[in-house]
Design a protein around this ligand. Structure first.
Ligand code: ZN
Length: 135
């Protein structure tokens, strides 16, 4: 049981979107049977990422997305012909993996924290892997 990789299938709906996947990750942790350990979360894409941030006020996520387009504009004379360099750069800024502690079979998160899948070049069908190990 320890060591299985769970796959989360995620359908995004917008060009840029932060999707709260905490409950999906928590389900994988529960199904793993691991009580004390680490959940590692990895997404298989070059134009998406993962982050942990506030879930209480939805305007926080809106502000993150609004400012990201200013930091890394959609069009800025990029050379990559596919036309999605902005999304590739955002992916590297955020990173494609996260680790969270698991205790008592549950993920440890702060009161206001959620795990977000970050879409930077949607809408697309995406995959997130979760592996939970004892330690
Ligand atoms: Zn590309």
């Amino acid at each position: 049981m320890n060591g299985k990789i769970f796959t989360l299938d995620i359908q995004t709906r917008q060009r840029m979107q932060l999707l709260d996947i905490t409950s999906e990750v928590a389900r994988a942790v529960s199904q793993s049977g691991v009580k004390e350990g680490t959940a590692r979360i990895f997404t298989l894409h070059t134009t998406a990422g993962l982050t942990i941030n506030e879930n209480a006020d939805p305007t926080v996520v809106e502000d993150i997305l609004m400012e990201l387009d200013k930091i890394v504009p959609l069009n800025d004379g990029y050379r990559h012909m596919e036309g999605n360099s902005s999304a590739h750069i955002k992916s590297s800024l955020f990173g494609v993996s996260l680790s969270v502690f698991v205790t008592g079979g549950k993920i440890i998160l702060g009161t206001w924290q959620s795990i977000y899948f970050c879409e930077f070049d949607g809408p697309r069908q995406r995959k997130v892997l979760v592996k939970v190990t004892e330690d």
